[in-house]
Design a protein around this ligand. Structure first.
Ligand code: MLT
Length: 407
């Protein structure tokens, strides 16, 4: 008899954003014609940069001719893209990352969810709280946790509290941990980590034999010159950190799909005898078994996003979303809410002074504005709301006027 994976019975029935989508759908079914403004899931709304569209068109035409057609691409991504990433995203910032340490994928959600497969089933995992749910759920599915504890947490995971007191940047674990997920600029809080705080994490991982999984999907939103864009700006990080990046929020690729992870040659874990084992061959083995790469036109579009023209267009896109975020924060602060994020992030995170699902429902029903309830990101998010700046200026202004009227 075929049995299901029992770990799936531990996880919440719905992924957070699926739950929000179903509540919005139910509301719209009850209120046909309601003009709902979506500031919930961080899904971009502006068109792809022109440089990317041109590259997509050109590459699609190449696929339409026998002479230039391409079948399966190289396992870890085309050299043209891996070289552009290494040069633009890392070497230009003084990070010694080479193209063969870059693994192109269809996005950071998949990579951050999949990477745990190459660790021991008994690895002790630390996550920030609040947290992007993928880090938790993928470890629950893999059997690395016990049962839910009834407060939005799981037995066996180490939760690192992020709150106003520590600036939503987790303190180092006070118990043994083998792998820690970090995300900066943070989803959901929008907080950023200083060089000193990241250096403390790198020192911790080097001293304890742990690994850092560093999600930098929102790196393009950093405008503060002192904030590191990559964990590899911290000396010694290459041995102890894997970094995840995405073109989704940077270049408007949420529907186009392209991201990558960096697994440096010297990045290590350990075997049962305590001998170091390089992670890169394991990740290569995993990817070449389970993944057939990103389409050629999409990789050409990602390459175009890294060209001088594409970078200027991406920066203008991101600047538009950052201006929206600044407006959201200033309007909420004027109403007395304490906000985090917005400055180097598309997200505004604020203490709503109420149960966050009730507050979410109030904004949906009375203002027809979709947000994300902080409790959906874990116990540490209870009482908070996340507003995403990914929408047109006009819609953000309309949403804020409506929120003003109901709060
Ligand atoms: C979010 O809203 O947190 C993100 O869009 C989710 C994601 O990138 O998968």
């Amino acid at each position: 008899m075929i049995r299901v994976n029992p770990n799936y019975s531990k996880i919440q029935a719905n992924y957070l954003f699926a739950e929000i989508a179903s509540r919005v759908k139910a509301y719209q079914a009850e209120n046909p014609g309601a003009d709902v403004i979506r500031l919930g899931i961080g899904d971009v709304t502006r068109a792809l940069p022109a440089a990317c569209v041109e590259a997509l068109e050109k590459a699609s035409r190449e696929m339409g001719s026998d002479a230039t057609f391409r079948g399966y691409g190289p396992d870890y991504g085309y050299a043209f893209l891996r070289e552009a990433i290494a040069r633009v995203d890392f070497q230009s910032r003084g990070c010694d990352i080479s193209p063969d340490e870059i693994f192109v994928s269809d996005g950071a959600k998949c990579d951050t969810g999949n990477f745990q497969e190459i660790f021991d089933g008994a690895a002790r995992v630390a996550v920030p709280d609040p947290v992007y749910p993928v880090y938790v759920d993928s470890n629950v599915m893999a059997g690395r946790t016990g049962a839910p504890t009834g407060d939005g947490r799981y037995a066996g995971l180490v939760y690192l509290d992020c709150n106003a007191e520590n600036g939503f940047v987790p303190d180092l674990p006070s118990e043994p941990v083998d792998v820690a997920y970090l995300c900066f600029p943070n989803n959901p809080t929008g907080a950023v980590a200083s060089r000193e705080r990241l250096a403390a994490w790198v020192d911790w991982a080097r001293a304890t034999g742990a690994l850092i999984l560093f999600d930098a999907a929102y790196e393009a939103f950093i405008r503060d010159p002192d904030v590191p864009h990559s964990i590899y700006e911290i000396p010694g990080a290459k041995e102890v950190a894997v970094e995840f990046r995405s073109f989704s929020k940077t270049a408007g690729f949420t529907g186009t799909r392209c991201g990558y992870c960096v697994v440096p040659a010297e990045c290590r874990a350990f075997d049962a005898s305590g001998a170091p084992v390089p992670l890169q061959p394991l990740w290569k083995r995993r990817q070449s078994t389970k993944f057939n790469g990103v389409s050629y036109p999409v990789q050409r579009a990602a390459e175009a996003a890294l060209s001088p023209e594409g970078r200027a267009q991406c920066r203008a896109l991101v600047d538009g979303y950052l201006a929206n975020a600044a407006l959201v924060a200033s309007r909420l602060e004027a109403k007395g809410f304490r906000c985090t994020g917005a400055r180097n992030s598309p997200y505004v995170w604020f203490d709503c002074g109420a149960d966050s699902w009730s507050f979410f429902d109030k904004l949906l029903r009375e203002a027809q504005v979709v947000t994300t309830p902080g409790a959906g990101f874990g116990r540490g998010g209870a009482g908070f709301i996340r507003i995403s700046a990914f929408n047109s200026r006009e819609n953000v202004e309309r949403a804020l006027d409506r929120i003003d009227r109901v709060l």
